[in-house]
Design a protein around this ligand. Sequence first.
Ligand code: ADP
Ligand code: MG
Length: 189
Amino acid sequence: TIAHFPAVKTLEDFDFKAQPSVDAKLVRELATGRFIAQAQNVLLFGPPGVGKTHLAIGLGRAAVESGHSVLFTSATALLAALAKAESEGVLKDKLNYFAKPKLLVVDELGYLPFEKRSAHLFFQLVARRYEKGSLLLTTNQMVGQWGGVFGDDVLAAAILDRLLHHSHTLLIHGDSYRLRQKRKAGLLG
Ligand code: ADP
Ligand code: MG
């Protein structure tokens, strides 16, 4: 599977000292790819700019290097693809496509709320992959807000239940790395 990483980012380039809320030891363990062999999930929670996408790409690259099939997509692109496939009567094929890679990286869940139908499609994908393949998900929304993201508390709970069952979670906090660079340059006062 081709990974489609949106940028060149590596774990070697990640400054763990600048982001003490990230457990470097856990990231190193995840980079071995063992979680993929066990079909476990990885959930990265945190506000914008704290390095979620960087880590997601870095871990995705590490997974490719350890011989796993990886597909990287944004939540928005994933849902658009599933909705389009459904309207064209080929949802099953698309679900198979996204269910196939050993690691599916879904970036930026929660920036845009899902339509009700999309939430159902996402549930179907998560249920399909459950205990079979790993999902690595990044989100700016804490689990308490997922009902709002999916527009349905019951569905959000069902999705979370499956995602969290066999999972590693990283809660990243602190300032945006982007704004920190700007602040250093004196642009933000
Ligand atoms: P998020 O996905 O959480 O919004 P990103 O991963 O896109 O944040 O990070 C924003 C930018 O800052 C990217 O260019 C990323 O490479 C960089 N960055 C963030 N955290 C770090 C870090 N700890 N070390 C090095 N670069 C970082
Ligand atoms: Mg991001």
